[in-house]
Design a protein around this ligand. Structure first.
Ligand code: ADP
Length: 536
């Protein structure tokens, strides 16, 4: 902590809120630019919707959602149509104000006409979502899961998931929603911040009882009931990877704007909190992603009326301490330095005549050669804690990592979903001036021209109309007025339009994939030509 200002650059900057807490030119920051904006309820819903358009089956882990106020008429129409199609369908919806947290302003409705349109929706945009009526219950109570996920790097994508998480319980026995119980927050909302105020809240002094438990204790219960816990974990991993794949395209636009390539800047990592609800059939559903998950490991207890004391919370401690500790282990700047020195030594051994020393490897108990370059590092650690290869092991004595890598480990299964990432790469290429997040009309025209997308059926005048129509609509939604021009989401919509036009008969994801291939092919040819001309 630097209460009087920071003078020296740091290895790791641990920011409380967002990326923009300071001016930073090196090291690592624990936040990505734009993450707070990306996980807001409306932005997340939009990003997931784009993926649902492309891959409806793969992205069915997010409840059907509409964005208010702009999609209110669509919401009314679609619900009416679905009810007409199936008169037995008696849905419930949950309305969540954008940017809200801790259950703030959330309410349940049975009919679109129950939305509190007057004033609130206009002044406070929101998401209305299908309510999951049949959640899995434990001890007759609804609960959700908070899982911690480390996004270690955006490019290349590296994701880790904590092996254990928290289960946060409601404090009133659950009943399916009826007009009578819709308003009972202790029955329907699992937020800790709400349920703590219920007289029934039980502070846990061990990890498998009370209103907040470890997720592993729930898994044990489920496993003893014969549930397929392995499949559940694999579904959760898949949900996390797919959600991050939905977020990465826009995150990359923010990233290049805040940390332009080729200029000094930090790298980023971030711990995210995933809120997941299990349905009765054990299908995990994503509720939301938190960019700033609480890392508190104590709670307030009222000793006597009005007198509060902070007391340790063993459940929070067990889960959260491990997450922070392992995040630091994974991003440890010394680790990279050690690796670099190691590589240096490997190459030196073959080429340069280095002075050798010996040390005893504590693991395999053999004598190892170490070069001069490595001595300095070895001196940093206790002599009896040295590993083969010459590096001291500060990890020795620490528990095994609770954070498990899931990407790139499972990349092969998910890479086909990363289409919008490739569209974003095209968008970024044509942004032109570094530091912007929006594409101007000239940039859009250059994109069309360089990718050879204009022809007798699609004139440059039509290109301009497409640009103006889509840009105007996205900008009228009032998302970001700081810059004028076409945002990534608008570009993606224009790209999908072009793909549909060009490859009529294919399903949308194949149309988009074909157009990306087409564009990438022409841009590669152009780059080649420029290279040859440059050499000439
Ligand atoms: P907040 O950021 O205010 O906590 P959430 O989206 O996490 O908003 O919703 C608050 C709570 O409402 C969740 O913890 C969950 O218990 C409940 N909830 C949210 N969405 C749904 C849904 N679609 N179906 C059922 N319950 C939901």
């Amino acid at each position: 902590q630097f209460p009087f200002g920071r003078r020296l650059p740091c290895d790791i900057y641990w920011h409380g809120v967002s990326f923009h807490d300071n001016d930073i030119f090196s090291g690592q920051v624990n936040k990505f630019p734009g993450m707070t904006e990306m996980v807001r309820k409306i932005t997340l819903s939009r990003a997931v919707r784009t993926m649902q358009d492309l891959f409806p089956l793969e992205y069915n882990f997010y409840p059907r959602s509409w964005i208010l106020p702009e999609e209110f008429p669509l919401f009314v129409d679609e619900v009416r149509m679905m009810k007409d199609g199936d008169p037995s369908w008696k849905p419930t919806f949950i309305v969540k104000p954008d940017g809200g947290c801790q259950g703030d302003g959330i309410y349940l409705i049975k009919d679109p006409s129950d939305i509190r349109l007057t004033g609130s929706v206009q002044s406070r945009p929101a998401v209305v979502q299908e309510y999951i009526c049949k959640p899995l219950l434990v001890d007759k109570l609804k609960f959700d899961i908070r899982l911690y996920v480390l996004l270690k790097s955006l490019e290349p994508l590296e994701i880790y998931i904590a092996k254990d998480g928290l289960s946060r319980f409601c404090t009133e026995p659950y009943q399916e929603p009826t007009l009578k119980n819709l308003h009972q927050v202790f029955m329907h909302l699992t937020n800790y911040s709400l349920n703590i105020h219920s007289g029934n809240f039980i502070h846990s002094d061990n990890v498998n009882t009370g209103s907040k438990r470890t997720f592993s204790s729930i898994l044990c219960r489920l496993s003893s009931r014969g549930a397929d816990v392995k499949k559940l974990w694999s579904d959760i991993i898949s949900l996390v990877i797919k959600t991050i794949i939905a977020l990465t395209p826009e995150l990359k636009v923010y990233y290049q704007s805040d940390i332009p390539a080729g200029k000094p800047g930090p790298t980023c990592f971030q711990i995210l909190g995933f809120d997941i609800l299990l349905m009765k059939n054990l299908k995990p559903m994503l509720l939301e992603v938190n960019a700033n998950p609480s890392m508190r490991i104590e709670h307030e207890q009222e000793l006597s009326p009005g007198v509060f004391e902070n007391v340790p919370s063993p459940v929070d401690e067990e889960v959260k301490v491990a997450v922070i500790r392992d995040t630091l282990r994974l991003v440890d700047p010394q680790k990279k330095k050690r690796k670099d020195v190691q590589q240096h030594i490997e190459s030196c051994k073959n080429t340069v005549n280095v002075r050798y020393n010996y040390f005893l490897c504590y693991r395999c108990q053999t004598l190892e050669h170490v070069s001069e370059a490595n001595e300095e590092l070895l001196d940093a650690g206790p002599a009896d804690r040295r590993e083969c290869g010459g590096t001291p092991s500060p990890e020795a004595g620490l528990p095994s990592l609770c954070l498990k890598q899931v990407f790139p480990k499972y990349a092969k299964q998910f890479n086909y979903l990363r289409l919008v990432d490739r569209v974003a790469a095209l968008f970024i290429r044509f942004l032109g001036v570094k530091g912007t997040t929006k594409l101007g009309p000239t940039g859009f025209r250059t994109f069309i021209r360089n990718c050879k997308l204009s022809n007798s059926n699609f004139s440059m005048a039509s290109v301009d109309i497409l640009y103006i129509d889509i840009t105007r609509r996205w900008n009228s939604m009032g998302i970001d007025h700081k810059e004028s021009g076409m945002c990534l989401q608008a570009f993606v919509e224009a790209f999908f339009c072009l793909a549909q036009k060009k490859y009529k008969s294919l399903p949308l994801h194949e149309q988009v994939a074909s157009l990306i291939d087409f564009c990438e092919y022409h841009l590669a040819a152009l780059d080649e030509k420029r290279l040859v001309c440059g050499r000439g």
